[in-house]
Write a protein that binds this ligand. Structure first.
Ligand SMILES: [Zn+2]
Length: 293
């Protein structure tokens, strides 16, 4: 249905500046899509390259471009895996997606079909749409972004493979993007973090919690969605039953961006303009995490 093809947007440079502002001001919630000037001349495409020596702490507003980090700005050497949950072909491939795969502390189905909004907007499509927008924003700051699937027409990959993609690429962080299919009366977002499983997740529990904090803060601020009121605790839920987290060796969280079954949340999730804002917020949260060190 709604398509948000990630073609080169004129506001890319503006978003890069928004991230820069975050680098400088850290806690300041800059409303990225709002007031940024449109005539920004920093039109050079974000090309990764190991050259920027920016220490990150310059004040001011980064408004002049000569020194403004381009693609390889403060995040130029970072790798992020974005995992759009589910896939458009899953519903037609029950035997494939129901196959049991390793989940770290047991086995789980390869994948699931996902939720659907009250108006028929499929979660796999939402996840895909939003993931592309987040990818675009992070790439504008030089981050190398790897998606776990190529399109929204295929099947899978299985949850263990999704984790493996982050591991193989030695990602600095991985984010799995979903929307929930909760009770109609409940709304809000939450982030799922890996709980400690001895011999498995010890290394990623702490950094993943930081990643969740950074995304939670920015998403709450910029996404207009409250903390989930039907589960989790102030938007955070630690779990040990998700193969996609248990098998990750890199910091990883799931974002449940809202509740597709709730009309209020669904109206946001279905709105392409809202998704742009949500992607801004998620990218800011991810950038904040990457800039931790
Ligand atoms: Zn999902």
């Amino acid at each position: 249905m709604l398509d948000s093809t990630p073609s080169g947007r004129p506001s890319r440079a503006v978003r890069a500046l928004a991230l820069l502002a975050l680098a400088a001001l850290w806690t300041t919630a800059c409303s990225a899509p709002g007031g940024a000037p449109n005539g920004d001349p920093t039109a050079a495409p974000p090309l990764p390259g190991p050259e920027d020596g920016e220490g990150g702490g310059d004040g001011a507003d980064g408004g002049e471009d000569s020194s403004a980090p381009r693609g390889d700005g403060p995040l130029g050497d970072r790798v992020v895996v974005i995992d759009p949950g589910h896939n458009g072909g899953n519903a037609d491939a029950p035997s494939e997606i129901n196959a049991q795969v390793p989940a770290g502390n047991g086995e789980k189905a390869c994948d699931t079909v996902g939720a659907e909004s009250v108006n028929g907007y499929a979660e796999h499509e939402f996840n895909w749409d939003l993931s592309l927008l987040v990818k675009e924003r992070l790439e504008a700051d030089g981050v190398t972004v790897i998606l776990t699937r190529e399109d929204n027409e295929g099947v899978g990959p299985c949850v263990d493979e999704r984790a493996e993609i982050g591991n193989e690429n030695e990602a600095d962080a991985a984010l799995s993007i979903h929307a929930d299919g909760g009770p109609e009366s409940g709304r809000g977002f939450h982030l799922i973090t890996p709980g400690e499983i001895p011999g498995l997740t010890e290394e990623i529990v702490e950094p993943s919690a930081l990643l969740a904090e950074d995304i939670r803060r920015e998403y709450l601020e910029g996404g207009d969605v409250p903390y989930a009121d039907y589960l989790a605790d102030e938007g955070l839920d630690e779990r040990t039953d998700l193969g996609g987290l248990n098998l990750s060796t890199v910091p990883k969280v799931f974002l449940e961006a809202g509740n597709m079954r709730n009309p209020e949340d669904a109206a946001l999730l279905e709105d392409p303009e809202w998704r742009e804002r949500a992607a801004d917020a998620i990218a800011r949260g991810m950038a904040a995490y990457l800039m931790r060190g």
